[in-house]
Design a protein around this ligand. Structure first.
Ligand SMILES: Nc1ncnc2c1ncn2[C@@H]1O[C@H](COP(=O)(O)OP(=O)(O)OP(=O)(O)O)[C@@H](O)[C@H]1O
Ligand SMILES: [Mg+2]
Length: 323
């Protein structure tokens, strides 16, 4: 059975002067899912999204959204997508209600329908209390929510969310994540860019990791974790003199490159765990037991998700090894 593709790109390129911001990206995004695009500052995420949303013309390659070419059939693409930008697009001087009603009117809704839709979204996004307040007085989390609300006034088939939670506190991030889940449950495909692995992990079914305008890894979450590690252990020793021995034991048990931090008692390593958190926890427990057996005093031991830095290290390490 063939899956409908919401997005399909081949060799997509955007050049700014000498800078190949997007340097030949191939993507296939199945409809009805959240697709995560993970990458550091300047990787080319926003540029790629802007081309897919028809806001920027590609310099080479092709991109289709629900089968429509983003250049030749730009109008057809526009009728099916919506973009929540990295920077808020609502009017600061208007209230939450005024913003949503205005935008709904621009989308062709009559006054009563626009009012009803605005009220419904404000309620759903927990903004009813703040509905009468000017947006410039909203907190960062409220701003992000009203921005997403504005982009789904008409339920789009494809929603681009460009770093929807950058700079938000954990509670606001969770609220935005719930909104994304609700939007997908309605049948919308979401392309989400993020700098946070845990965010892609929470929401996306497939993830593309991009760096310097290229896809350096792509796959389901499980595939990605199996290749870069499902977890990351951080440990601190009592005695810095034991660090070389601890490094040797960890490398052996975890079958991973061990990072030596600046702090002379600290070590970090990724844990493969066969791509599952449970696997990672078991492997980390084994490592701890082996360290104890070797007589190494561990003061502090923590297992978390690998950071974006660690993912990049693992991916570039592997490329180096293959070369
Ligand atoms: N309009 C533009 N003119 C010139 N250079 C640009 C333009 N837009 C982006 N760039 C450059 O293209 C590269 C990719 O930028 P882009 O905004 O796509 O990155 P990003 O992955 O979205 O980063 P961030 O996480 O910081 O938002 C950067 O080097 C950036 O400076
Ligand atoms: Mg960006």
């Amino acid at each position: 059975m063939s899956t409908e593709l919401a997005i399909e790109t081949t060799g997509l390129v955007k050049v700014f002067g000498e800078n190949r911001a997007v340097d030949g990206i191939d993507l296939a995004v199945p409809a009805g899912t959240v697709y995560g695009v993970l990458g550091p500052n300047g990787a080319g995420k926003t540029t790629a999204v802007r081309m897919l949303a028809t806001l920027l013309r590609p310099d080479a390659g092709q991109a289709r959204v629900f089968g429509h070419d983003v250049v030749r059939d730009a109008d057809a693409v526009r009728s099916r997508v919506s973009l929540t930008g990295q920077y808020a697009s609502v009017d600061e001087d208007l209230t939450g209600t005024e913003n949503l009603v205005l935008l709904a009117r621009l989308l062709g809704h009559g006054k009563p329908a626009a009012r009803a839709r605005a009220a419904q979204l404000l309620e759903a996004f927990g903004l009813s209390e703040a509905a009468g307040r000017q947006v410039k007085n909203y907190s960062g989390g409220m701003r992000r929510r009203i921005d997403i609300a504005a982009s789904i006034l008409n339920t789009p088939d494809l929603l681009f969310l460009d770093e929807p939670t950058t700079g938000l506190d954990p509670r606001s991030r969770n609220q935005v994540w719930d909104i994304v889940r609700a939007v997908v449950a309605q049948g919308t495909t979401v392309m989400l860019t993020t700098q946070y692995l845990d965010e892609a992990d929470q929401l996306a079914s497939r993830i593309a990791v991009i760096d310097h305008g290229r896809v350096i890894a792509e796959g389901t979450k499980g595939e990605l974790k199996a290749s870069v590690g499902a977890g990351s252990v951080h440990l601190r020793l009592r005695d810095p003199a034991q660090r070389p021995e601890a490094e040797r034991v960890l490398a052996l048990v975890l079958d991973a490159t061990v990072q030596l931090d600046h702090d002379p008692v600290a070590l970090t390593a990724t844990v493969g765990g066969h791509g599952t958190e449970k696997g990672a926890a078991e492997q980390a427990a084994r490592a701890l037991a082996e360290l104890a057996r070797a007589g190494i005093h561990v003061d502090n031991f923590a297992l978390g998700q690998p950071s974006l830095d660690e993912v990049f290290l693992a991916l570039t390490d592997r490329k180096g090894a293959a070369a």
